[in-house]
Design a protein around this ligand. Structure first.
Ligand code: PRX
Length: 650
C-alpha cells in the first residue's frame, strides 16, 4: 500500500445531537414506530434485514402495479422492486397534485440579474406535460435518448422530468462543459433531440450556448431536432426544420399528458462522469430504485419536513443536482430553492442574502465553497439573519475539520448539525453519512446509511481498521447504478473485479475504532477539482490533441481552496517554443475541448517524463515532486534522469 494511503487526520472532537433531533426528526419518529432505541440499534437492525427497510420505503411511493420481489442480487448485478410498474415523475408531480400539495411551491428560482420565478407543483406539472407532448411530436419514444445542455434555469428540471414522464432517457451535459464535450457524450448516447438555450449569464458575462453547439451539431448525426430556450434573447440563426424555440413549440401543447408506465428497472438517465481513461463513463440509473434511494436519504439525512425550504446549491449538471435538486426533493413534495448565481457574485454575501430572503431552513453545499467563504471572512454571513437554518450539509470532497468548524460556527450558529455526505455519481444517493440523531466528528462522513455495509480493504482483500485502504461497499442499495451505458465489461472491470461481488469506490479512506469513516480522496487517476471529478486521462488527451504537444502527464496539486489544482507536464514538438504564450494557448485549447473547469492551473514544459520500462508514465513520481515530497523508490524507472527535469520545470 502506498504512502498516500496513510492515515493523515487526527481529529478528536465529537458533537452530540440535540434533544429535539433525538425526538422529533423523521428518523427518530420512524425508529419510535419500530421500537428501535438508538442509532447503533438502527444500523444493526437494518443491516440484518435491509429488504424490510427498503420495502417500507418503497411503499411511501405510488406504484401503478406493486412489485413481486424486493431485490434480486447476483453480484455485480442488482435489480430492485422487480416487475413493479412505476414512473418517478408520476411520484414527483401527479401524486402531490392529487394529495393536497397542488398549490405548494416546488421551486423558487432566482437568476443572476435578480429575476425571480416561482413554480407550484401544479404549474410545474403543466409545463412538464406540455414539453412531454412536444417531445412526442418530435418523434421521441420510450427508451430514446435526449441530450440536455442547459444552465441553472427552471427549464432544466422541466426538460428532465418531461423526458422521464414519457420514458425517454435524459443525458444532461453540464453547461460549463465545452461543445466538444457535449458532442462526445451525445454521440455516445445517440441522442435524437438536444435541448439547449440561446445563452446564459455568469458573472455578468454571456455564454452563447446555442452558438457553441452549432459548431458540433453536424457531427452528431443522430440529433434530428434541437429545442432552444430563449433566455438572454440574443439573435440566433435557427436551422429550418431542425431548430425550434421552446416557447413556439410549447404554446399550443396540452398541459395534460399521460404518464408512461415504466418497469421499475427501466433506465431513467445517463450521466457521464470521469474515469481513468479519456472516455467518460455513462453511468446509468433506473426509475424505481433511484427514486426510493434518493428520496429516503433526503428524508432521513436532511430531515425534510413539510414546511422546510431546501437549498442544494449544486449545479444540476452533476449528480448532486440530479438527485437532490430535481428528483428527491420533488418526490418528497418539498419547496426547493434553485439559484443561478456563483457564490461570490455580485459579492460574497449573496448566499447569505438568499438564505435570509427566503428563510432557507436546510442548506447543502461543497467544501470548496465553504473554504472560499472562510477566506472572505465571517463578517459577510454576520450581516444577514441566518436563524431559519436548522441543518447544514457538505458534499463532493473531504471537508477539513477547520472548514467544518467554521461552517458549524458561523453559518449554523453552533445549532445546526453538519451532514458530511459521501457518495458518487455511481451510487445515486448518500452512502456514508451522519443522520440528525448521530454524533458528529468534524472531517468524518460518519457511518454507512442504514442497511449499507462498507469496508476498508488492503490490496489482498484484508479488512483494515484505523489504517488507510480502499473504500468498498459490500451490500447492494436501491439507487446503485445498473451499468455503464454500452460498456458492460468496463462496469465489471472498473468497479467489481478487484474484489469480486464487492463495490470498489475508487476512494481511499480509513475507519476509526468507533466505526466512523474518514475519506482521504481518490486513489485512481481521477482529480477532484472544486468537488468535481476530472480524469487525468481526459486532460492529457485534450493536451495531446494540440499540434504542439507530443506527450503529457497530468497530476493534482493540493490546493487549500479547490482541493486539487491541475498541474500538467508537457513535452513539446521541437519546432515549438516553450513560452507563456504557448501555455495560454494550451489552456484555452483544454477549455474548448473539455471546459474551463479542466483548464490546467500549471503547465510545465519538460523534455522527458518518468516512465517504467514498459513505457507507462509514473504519475506517482510526478505527483510527489509537485507536492514537494520524497519521490521514493525510482529503481523501476527506465529514465531516472527525467526526475531532475521535473525539478527544473516546476
Ligand atoms: O472522492 C469522492 C468525492 O467525490 C467523488 C464522487 O464524485 P462525483 O461522482 O462527481 O459525485 C460528487 C457528489 C456526490 C467520490 O469518489 N466525495 C464526494 N462526497 C464526499 C467526497 N469525498 C469526501 N467526503 C465527501 N462527503
Amino acid at each position: 500500500m502506498s504512502k498516500d494511503l496513510d492515515v493523515l487526520l487526527k481529529e478528536e472532537r465529537v458533537f452530540k445531537p440535540s434533544k429535539e433531533f433525538l425526538e422529533e426528526s423523521n428518523i427518530a419518529k420512524w425508529m419510535k414506530k419500530h421500537e428501535i432505541e438508538d442509532y447503533e440499534s438502527l444500523l444493526e437492525r437494518t443491516r440484518k434485514d435491509p429488504e424490510w427497510f427498503w420495502d417500507e420505503m418503497a411503499h411511501d411511493l405510488e406504484w401503478f402495479e406493486d412489485y413481486d420481489k424486493i431485490l434480486d442480487w447476483k453480484p455485480p448485478h442488482a435489480r430492485w422492486f422487480l416487475d413493479g410498474k412505476f414512473n418517478i415523475v408520476y411520484n414527483a408531480l401527479d401524486r402531490h397534485i392529487k394529495n393536497g400539495r397542488k398549490n405548494k411551491l416546488a421551486y423558487i428560482w432566482e437568476g443572476e440579474n435578480g429575476e425571480v420565478r416561482k413554480f407550484t407543483y401544479f404549474e410545474l406539472y403543466r409545463e412538464v406535460n406540455r414539453l412531454s407532448n412536444a417531445l412526442k411530436k418530435m418523434g421521441i419514444e420510450k427508451g430514446d435518448r435526449v441530450s440536455i445542455y442547459l444552465p441553472m434555469i427552471p427549464e432544466l428540471p422541466i426538460a428532465m422530468l418531461a423526458c422521464a414522464r414519457i420514458g425517454a432517457v435524459h443525458s444532461v451535459v453540464f453547461s460549463g462543459f465545452s461543445a466538444k464535450a457535449f458532442q462526445d457524450r451525445s454521440y455516445d448516447a445517440q441522442s435524437k433531440v438536444a435541448i439547449t438555450v440561446d445563452g446564459f449569464h455568469r458573472r455578468g458575462k454571456e455564454t452563447k450556448l446555442k452558438e457553441n453547439l452549432d459548431t458540433v451539431l453536424e457531427s452528431i448525426p443522430s440529433i434530428e431536432k434541437v429545442l432552444v430556450v430563449k433566455n438572454t434573447g440574443s439573435d440566433l440563426d435557427l436551422q429550418e426544420g431542425r431548430d425550434f424555440y421552446w416557447d413556439d413549440v410549447l404554446k399550443d401543447e396540452s398541459p395534460e399528458c399521460t404518464c408512461e408506465e415504466m418497469d421499475s428497472e427501466d433506465p431513467l438517465f445517463i450521466l457521464y462522469t470521469s474515469g481513468t481513461t479519456g472516455k467518460p463513463k455513462g453511468v446509468l440509473h433506473t426509475h424505481g430504485g433511484y427514486a426510493v434511494g434518493s428520496s429516503t436519504t433526503l428524508k432521513f439525512v436532511f430531515d425534510i419536513k413539510e414546511e422546510d425550504i431546501w437549498w442544494c446549491a449544486a449545479d444540476i449538471g452533476w449528480i448532486t443536482g440530479h438527485s437532490y435538486i430535481v428528483y428527491a426533493p420533488l418526490l418528497l413534495g418539498t419547496t426547493s430553492m434553485m439559484f443561478e448565481v456563483t457564490p461570490d457574485y455580485p459579492d460574497p454575501g449573496i448566499f447569505w442574502k438568499i438564505i435570509e430572503k427566503y428563510g432557507i431552513s436546510i442548506f447543502y453545499t461543497a467544501p470548496t465553497t465553504i473554504r472560499m467563504f472562510m477566506k472572505f471572512g465571517e463578517l459577510w454571513p454576520q450581516k444577514y439573519d441566518l436563524s431559519t437554518l436548522r441543518i447544514l450539509g457538505s458534499v463532493g470532497e473531504p471537508i477539513n475539520p477547520e472548514a467544518w468548524m467554521w461552517y458549524y460556527q458561523f453559518i449554523g450558529n453552533q445549532e445546526c448539525p453538519v451532514m458530511d455526505t459521501w457518495w458518487q455519481t455511481e451510487t445515486g444517493m448518500h452512502i456514508i453519512t451522519p443522520l440528525p440523531i448521530s454524533n458528529l466528528k468534524p472531517g468524518s462522513a460518519g457511518k454507512p446509511f442504514p442497511t449499507i455495509e462498507a469496508e476498508i480493504k488492503d490490496d489482498a482483500g484484508n479488512v483494515l481498521l484505523e489504517e488507510g485502504g480502499h473504500l468498498t461497499i459490500k451490500t447492494p442499495w436501491p439507487a446503485m447504478f445498473r451499468t455503464l451505458y454500452k460498456e458492460p465489461e468496463r462496469f465489471v472491470d472498473a468497479y467489481w473485479s478487484k474484489y469480486p461481488g464487492i463495490y470498489l469506490s475508487g476512494d481511499v479512506a480509513h475507519v476509526d475504532k468507533e466505526g466512523y469513516y474518514w475519506i482521504q480522496g481518490r486513489e485512481d487517476d481521477v482529480l477532484n477539482v472544486a468537488g468535481h471529478r476530472i480524469g487525468t486521462a481526459e486532460v492529457e488527451s485534450a493536451l495531446v490533441s494540440h499540434n504542439a504537444v507530443v506527450e503529457s502527464a497530468v497530476v493534482g496539486k493540493p490546493d487549500p481552496l479547490k482541493g486539487e489544482e491541475i498541474s500538467a507536464f508537457v513535452i513539446l514538438k521541437q519546432s515549438f517554443t516553450a513560452d507563456d504564450e504557448l501555455k495560454n494557448k494550451l489552456r484555452s485549447h483544454v477549455r474548448s475541448e473539455i471546459g474551463p473547469i479542466a483548464s490546467p492551473s500549471y503547465i510545465n514544459f519538460v523534455d522527458d517524463l518518468p516512465k517504467t520500462r514498459s513505457g507507462k508514465i509514473m504519475r506517482r513520481v510526478i505527483k510527489a515532486k509537485v507536492k514537494g515530497e520524497d519521490v521514493g523508490d525510482t529503481s523501476t524507472l527506465a529514465n531516472p534522469e527525467s526526475v531532475d527535469g521535473l525539478d527544473k520545470a516546476i
